[in-house]
Structures are given as C-alpha cells and as structure tokens.
Design a protein around this ligand. Structure first.
Ligand SMILES: NC(=O)c1ccc[n+]([C@@H]2O[C@H](COP(=O)([O-])OP(=O)(O)OC[C@H]3O[C@@H](n4cnc5c(N)ncnc54)[C@H](O)[C@@H]3O)[C@@H](O)[C@H]2O)c1
Length: 312
C-alpha cells in the first residue's frame, strides 16, 4: 500500500459539494476521492491549516488522522499530495520534503514563480524524491498520444481560446503545447482583458508566443462571463486538429484533393473522440501506482519560464 498524506482539503483536495464529488458520485473530482478509489493507496492523514476543514474531510473520506500543519505529521509516508493555494506551495513543499516521501504530487502550477520552483525541484532531486505536477492534460491518454504525434509534425499555427485567467485556465493549454513545441523563444502581448477578470492577480490575456517548432501560437482571451470556453486548434501541413469543449472532444480534419478544383480542402475523418477529462485524477493515481515517471516537472519549469518572460 502506498501510504499517502494529503495537504489541502479544499476544492481540488477533498471538499467539493457532495452532489459533485463523494463516494456516491461516478465522477472523481478530488484527490481524496481518487486516492480512496484506488486500492494501491492508503490515505493515512489529511492536513489543512483550517483544522475544521481537515476534520470535515477526514469524516467525509473515512480517514483517522487530521492535522493543521505538516510539521505535526510523524508517520512515515510514501507519497505526499500538495493541494494548497498556489502561494503556499513552496513553504508546504519544503516541509513535505523533510518528511522524505518517495514521491510528491504538487498541484499546478507548482509554486508561484520560477525561482521557488527551481528551489523545490532541486531539493526533491537532492532527497531523491520524484516530483509530479498535476497538469491534468498529461493524464488523459488520447492527449498524450496526440502530443507524441504532434512532436513529429510540421506545425503551421495554433490558436487557443480560453477564459478565467492565463494562469488558472490558460495554463492547461500552455502546458499541453510545451509538450511538443520545443524551446520557448519570445512573446508579444496584444491585449489584457481587465474588464473580465475572474481573479485579481490573474488576467485573461491575448498573446502571441513563439517556440522552436512554431512561430505562430496565439492565445485569445475570451469573456468568461458570457460563457466558458477552452479550445485549441492546431494546423499542421496537412491537417487541422481541434480539441474542443474543455478537452471533451478531438476532431481531426485531413487535407484531400477536391473533385471540383486544383486545391485541397479539409475533410473530417474522425469526430467526437471522447477523452478522459473526467478521469484525469483516476489516471494520475493509476500511473503513480504503476510507478510510471512522467515529464510534468519539466513542463512546470517551461510554463514558469514563460510566465517570467511575460512578467506575470
Ligand atoms: N489541476 C487542476 O486542474 C486544478 C484545479 C483546481 C485547482 N488546482 C490547484 O490546486 C490548488 C488548490 O486549489 P483549490 O481550488 O483546491 O483551493 P482551495 O482554496 O479550495 O483549497 C486550498 C486549501 O488549502 C488550505 N491551506 C492553505 N495553506 C495551507 C497550509 N500552509 N497548510 C495546510 N493547508 C493549507 C486552505 O485552508 C484550503 O482548505 C491550487 O494550486 C490550484 O491552482 C488545480
């Protein structure tokens, strides 16, 4: 059994409303639920600086030990999960590293900035701890396969439409793209949608990014107050790939010669390939149970490098 400690019993850690996430729901939207769902893990304790939340989470998920601080934990652990607010990631991670678990999963973006990330990553390497960052598109099999395919493709341009903050929602597209576009080169700001901010410290920006493998990557901020949107369109030299509806579907259209002209038009060859977005936490823990090592900590560093360049 992988002895697991959960730190942070908030929305993604343990305490979503029970009609959305509990032992009775089909979908699994919290770490606590995903850990309890997988027989390879034993959830040995929950830490939250709000002790009432830690207690409530323990009652909800049938866990005995609750704590208000990682420093109170005396048990040996194999795996620690850091699901606290991003601004506290670094401090909590440093405390977790001193417990010497074999592995730590940190929620994205894993610390507030590049320097803090490099520090915790260096400490993990020193202590021989494997670090995973929960950029959840890395735990969806269809998207992993697509990344491998795209790393061999000639890419013309990419367009991302998103809302609810470049860091909060935009980062999932950014992390996905960092998986196959090579080194980040530079970026140009177009617009900051100040009027539609969801979070004070995280703007929904429109920006053009240039990478080793594509000079034409555009993130277009949309007004999330109208409706929520998250979609990525990738044009290669012979196809269009659209990931739509918050990664629910992938659409492939391939260029074919038309019957009526000497040009090629796009023809849809596959439609509505359902991805496992609802299962990303299940996939994450399955992969950890198998001992697989993913590249998410390198992606977290790439994402922080881009944030630093943009000054955000
Ligand atoms: N991967 C994803 O798609 C995804 C989705 C949502 C949130 N997140 C990330 O998860 C993290 C948490 O987000 P959330 O929405 O669950 O936040 P939240 O505010 O609902 O929960 C955070 C919890 O951490 C606790 N906490 C804060 N500092 C602590 C400390 N030092 N020690 C112990 N507990 C502490 C708070 O009391 C709170 O209960 C953030 O980094 C966020 O970016 C990731």
């Amino acid at each position: 059994m992988i002895k697991t400690l959960l730190v942070g019993s908030g929305s993604v850690g343990a305490l979503k409303p029970s009609n959305i996430d509990s032992m009775a729901t089909k979908n699994i939207f919290t770490h606590a639920h995903a850990i309890k769902n997988n027989p390879a893990f034993e959830l040995i304790g929950i830490v939250d600086k709000d002790i009432n939340k830690a207690k409530k989470a323990c009652v909800k998920w049938g866990v005995s030990n609750y704590y208000s601080d990682v420093k109170e934990v005396k048990e040996e652990i194999d795996l620690a999960v850091c699901a606290v607010d991003t601004k506290y990631h670094a401090a909590v991670m440093i405390d977790l590293i001193s417990l010497k678990p074999k592995r730590i999963i940190c929620e994205k973006p894993c610390t507030e900035n590049l320097d803090a990330f490099l520090l915790v990553n260096r400490l993990c390497v020193e202590y021989g701890i494997i670090l995973d960052v929960n950029y959840n598109r890395y735990f969806i099999p269809e998207l992993e396969r697509l990344q491998r395919l795209l790393s061999f493709s000639e890419i013309q341009n990419i367009n991302v439409r998103y809302c609810r903050g470049f860091k909060r929602d935009g980062c999932h597209a950014l992390a996905f793209l960092c998986g196959f576009l090579g080194k980040f080169k530079d970026a140009t700001f177009f617009l900051t949608l100040k009027q539609i901010l969801d979070n004070e410290d995280d703007s929904t920006i429109s920006v053009m990014l240039r990478f080793e493998k594509c000079d034409n990557v555009i993130f277009q901020g949309c007004d999330g107050n109208n409706f929520s949107i998250f979609e990525i369109t990738i044009l290669t030299n012979n196809e269009k790939i659209s990931i739509t509806s918050h990664s629910k579907y992938i659409n492939y259209s391939v260029a074919k010669k038309t019957e009526f002209g000497n040009f090629k038009a796009l023809e849809e060859v596959e439609y509505k390939l359902k991805t496992g977005l609802n299962n990303y936490l299940v996939n994450l823990y399955d992969s950890i149970a198998k001992g697989e090592v993913n590249g998410t900590k390198f992606i977290a560093e790439d994402v922080h490098i881009i944030y630093k360049y943009l000054g955000i």
